[in-house]
Design a protein around this ligand. Sequence first.
Ligand code: FMN
Length: 328
Amino acid sequence: MKIGSIKLDNWLAMAPLAGVTNLPFRLLVRRLGAGLVATEMVSAMGLVHDQRKTHAYIKSHLDEKPLSVQIFGARPDVMAKAAQIVIDAGADIVDINMGCPVKKVTRTGAGAALLQDLKQIEQMVSAVRVVCSVPLTVKIRSGWSRENPVACEAARVIENCGSDALTIHPRYRTEFFSGCADWGVIRRIKEQVNIPVIGNGDVVSPSDALKMREETGCDGVMIGRAAMANPWIFRQILQMEKGETVQIPDLTERRGLIMEHYDLLSESMGEHKAALNMRGLLLRYTKGLAYSSRFRGRITSIKDLKSLASTMDEYFSVLGSHYQETKD
Ligand SMILES: Cc1cc2nc3c(=O)[nH]c(=O)nc-3n(C[C@H](O)[C@H](O)[C@H](O)COP(=O)(O)O)c2cc1C
């Protein structure tokens, strides 16, 4: 898949996820096969007002490239300034958020609120396009509410304003994350625009990704929640596509990824914060594994590398004997 002048390694993208797609996680999923990674949505206002915390979100590393930096805001002029800032900081692609359903964001007129008026979409994309020297993409939902299904019209406006690609998460703002993503909307958009269309929503297994591409004709597939617990999903999709055996990570690989994630976090935020962060991540990475509830009870004792390693050793040795028993 190509986005403007940038040729991606493959057709799979990691979705921007607030609180999740920080630099350490992006490096991991990129290595595990994601062709494109993105920062979480970053406030354009925060960037323009030079808030240090906001700038920390756009710190990047060569190994994750190409990097898409997603910005959100309601004012086209501020978004244009923010786009320049993120490009100067090394963004390879600028992505405009038109999908965030959270009230704190939409009540300012940003995120999915922009979908309420095609004129706003046009002004926003045009303003950012003028200053954007790298490929520009936009991520939308189906519309604000079922009464106003604007996705196809919005997609055409976005294309006409010069966006290089479009991501669609086919749910309405009013649905938040409930119900099912309507992949029919992805197909209809794909039929109406000539820029690459990236489909997103409810891909939970490798076969879902292939199914979405086949059913909708989309150029790329973006995966969010499923990759939080299973960052190997990108590799698994590529294996399935090639007709190879889909590799389920064994215990050694799982443990290795957890420790690597900790090391990367530790480098970026220090050991103590990394250990606290790991508690949440471990809940994700051990989801569905045997005895995970017993392990969860011990997670709060993790304070540093030593306690992480010992808790993991204990759990993985129990898991190892369980695997052995089930094999015997
Ligand atoms: C915890 C969380 C944080 C999210 N943060 C963002 C974000 O910063 N920007 C964005 O465009 N979408 C965000 N989303 C939406 C996802 O990118 C994606 O569109 C949605 O989860 C549907 O894809 P999925 O079914 O593969 O998870 C977020 C979703 C979740 C669950």
